[in-house]
Design a protein around this ligand. Structure first.
Ligand code: PMP
Length: 413
């Protein structure tokens, strides 16, 4: 299929316009192309189809809500029952005291919300100079202004000018690098530190043992807000609900999106601690002058509630815990292949196979991705690796198909 008008995100349109891959249908862990051929959705679309595709229960919840009240805004004192119910549920699930929930339409907006809120919190607290936002090399925080500005993947930042002043990046795997950045910038000039629990788009890096606990402690020691970007890790992907529980983290804010609706409708948001919310909620005259037209959209919230019902009823976070080992084993089975440099994963239903520098220089990554797709499995190029993140309903047998496709694809390469 070729395109005359649809501009694909992140794509080289010169190439893609003449060779698109058209998806027309999906069911469970499988997607189908326009010729009717099935492929195992090894990436849960863009890391989000946690409950799998084609769940009538979510469709019906959204349709029922649309018949009642399709949409109404929640600025000022307006509210609606699904948005209230979802905020309450998420605040109860989050390992954060007295949590509040601010809704957006996706992960990038959630990051912008958290970054603006962090700066304004300090301004409200009489420390307006606390503006610096620290993040990690290789971090991906979306493509909005703030998320681009604090992102750590150089290629995603270059060519756009300075979108956000007062940002700094630290090594992604070394808590001491955060400590020395704080020493040189001065804790009293820093608003927040952002971190993905498992780094996703930057190449799939699970945290070094003790890393997340250490950076959370360093932030607490210096009164720097710790913001977890759980856009990928939330809603069961690494077990737990908000993507931070397995490390015992209690961040000041948690950005979420993706799995909150499993992608049936677009939604993101930020769970905000009572501490950060306090100047806005407990003191008069401090509105947070921020929000999106579709914040608190009732149909989207109803779809999210139905999705969370499924995640809860089918205990999908525990299923991810149980399947992380089989998935990791399926991928490490190709670790000895001469084209493979490294296999990463083992934390949740996430994994990546990195190719050797020689293979990468030879342009093998996109070739391997296409080969694996021809073999009937969807995987995604991320940096130097191909990543997988199947729906949480994936079976062990299907995980076996992922491993087999990697082996055959690599051999053909
Ligand atoms: N943060 C992380 C960790 C992400 O992986 C993503 C998207 N892949 C985002 C933020 C941005 O989310 P969105 O694409 O919904 O704006």
């Amino acid at each position: 299929m070729s395109s005359t008008a649809l501009w694909h995100p992140f794509a080289d349109m010169h190439e893609v316009k003449n060779s698109q891959f058209c998806v027309t249908k999906a069911e469970g862990s499988w997607i189908y192309d326009d010729a009717g051929r099935g492929y195992l959705d090894g990436t849960a679309s863009l890391w989000y189809a946690n409950v799998g595709h084609g769940r009538a229960e979510i469709v019906e919840a959204a349709a029922a809500q649309m018949r009642e009240l399709e949409s109404y805004f929640v600025f000022n004192d307006f509210t609606n029952p699904p948005a209230e119910a979802l905020a309450t549920r998420l605040s109860e699930w989050a390992p954060i005291e007295d949590a509040k929930v601010f809704f957006t339409t996706g992960g990038g907006e959630a990051i912008d919300t958290a970054a603006k809120l962090a700066r304004q919190y300090w301004s409200q607290r009489g420390k307006p100079q606390r503006t610096n936002i620290l993040s990690r090399g290789n971090a991906y925080h979306g493509t909005n202004g703030m998320g681009t500005g604090i992102g750590g993947i150089e290629a995603n930042r270059s060519g756009f000018g300075t979108l956000v002043p007062e940002t700094a990046r630290v090594a992604h795997d070394d808590a001491e690098s955060l400590r020395s950045a704080i020493e040189s910038i001065g804790a009293d000039n820093i608003a927040a530190f952002f971190a993905e629990p498992v780094m996703g788009a930057g190449g799939l890096y699970p945290p070094e043992p003790g890393y997340l606990e250490a950076v959370a402690k360093i932030c607490a020691e210096h009164d720097i807000l710790f913001v977890a970007d759980s856009v990928i890790c939330g809603f069961g992907r690494v077990g737990g609900w908000l993507g931070v529980e397995r490390w015992g983290l209690q961040p000041d804010m948690i950005a979420f999106a993706k799995g909150v609706t499993s992608g049936y409708l677009p939604l993101g948001g930020v769970v905000v601690s009572g501490k950060v919310a306090e100047p806005f909620w407990e003191e008069p005259g401090h509105p947070f002058r921020h929000g999106a037209t579709y914040s608190g959209h009732p149909t989207v919230a109803a779809a999210a509630m139905a999705n969370l019902d499924i995640l809860e009823r089918e205990q999908l976070p525990s299923r991810a815990d149980a399947l992380e080992k089989p998935l990791h084993e399926a991928l490490t089975a190709v670790a000895d292949h001469p084209a493979v440099a490294e296999v990463r994963g083992g934390v949740g239903l996430l994994g990546a196979v990195e190719l050797t520098p020689e293979m990468l220089a030879d342009g093998a990554l996109p070739r391997l991705q296409k080969k694996i797709r021809e073999l009937g499995v969807i995987v995604r190029p991320l940096g130097k690796a191909l990543a997988v993140s199947p729906p949480l309903i994936v079976t062990e047998e299907e995980i076996g198909l992922i491993g087999k496709a990697f082996r055959e694809g690599l051999d053909e390469l």
